[in-house]
Design a binder for this molecule. Sequence first.
Ligand SMILES: [Zn+2]
Length: 267
Amino acid sequence: MLKKISLTLISILFTFCHGYNAVSSTSLDDVMNGKCTIIDLTYPLNSGNAYWPGASYSPFKYETVATLENDGVFSGIYSAPEHLGTHIDAPNHFENNQISVDKLKLEALIGPAAVIDISTKVAGNADYQLTAEDIILWEKSNGLIQNGSIVLLNTGWWTKWNDYDKYKNADENNKLHFPGYSEDAAIFLIEKRNIKGIGIDTLSADYGISSDFIVHHIINGEGKYILENVANLDKLPPNGATLVIAPIKIEGGSGGQTRIWAILPPQ
Ligand SMILES: [Zn+2]
């Protein structure tokens, strides 16, 4: 009997320490009591933020419209493309008959993070694409990607965040060069693992020179979302963190600025 109780205890502790119960009521107490480290995965919005360099896209703008000195209240007005800074691509971004950003279920926006680091491979090849083999290799060390995970790709590209030209890395023919997910990796995650969404520390889940945006089509086509320009992925463990994703609620929107944070299990 004692043996059975202690085994149960060990299994509970194992689960707890590995973060699988990170959104249980016990862990929410820990979060509220400050026992968990919370990491902000969001860049602050400013005029230097990277955005998809498409026609009619423009930088973030902010203008003060009232000041305490003159008006007794401080207030501003801002504008930004939906696909600027840390943001979400809603399923309708690349596919018809898919939901807009305001329709994303809140349950889909919370889940365990699986963080895959390919920065070493990217250091030698800016056009590197995560392969299905990379994911399987990650799983050999970290266990299978859990049901309902959000997969985050740390390509190391975040080191260029403060320089938009280096970040989009256009060549003389205006082709962009930065890493992304491969078609095979996207198919593997959709067909073999029950993920809620994917994220990356670059401008796009498809690598820069993509012209068919196949990864967007695969992920959005399954009603899943994509997080882009995600910050601080180097500060996350490969697994054990719980993500909370809070997109702006633009009615009918294709995505938009999104606050994302990761809750680490209590030490
Ligand atoms: Zn986007």
